[in-house]
Design a protein around this ligand. Structure first.
Ligand code: SF4
Ligand code: SF4
Length: 78
């Protein structure tokens, strides 16, 4: 699989505050319609040219909600 930049969101750590959505210069993040364990609609990543700039990670108030991968192979979801 090709290497690329991507972001993983941990659904149950996200509070759906949208701060990352507004921070991403590439508009890669949006709030989905799925609801997590604590009742929030959480952020989802869609690659629209993610540069792995890390802005979403730095602005997110929830530790562990966002991980940024720079030029890495994405593991298949099990
Ligand atoms: S790392 Fe940068 S470009 Fe990628 S999703 Fe986060 S804010 Fe957007
Ligand atoms: S900034 Fe963090 S808590 Fe807020 S919507 Fe994005 S991932 Fe969720």
């Amino acid at each position: 699989m090709a290497k690329r930049n991507f972001v993983k969101i941990e659904p149950d750590e996200c509070k759906g505050c949208k701060v990352c959505v507004h921070a991403c210069p590439k508009e890669c993040l949006h709030i989905g319609s799925d609801i997590n364990k604590i009742g929030y609609q959480y952020a989802k990543f869609e690659d629209k040219g993610c540069t792995a700039c890390g802005l979403c990670f730095y602005v997110c108030p929830e530790l562990g909600a966002i991980t940024v991968y720079k030029n890495e192979e994405e593991e298949k979801e099990k």
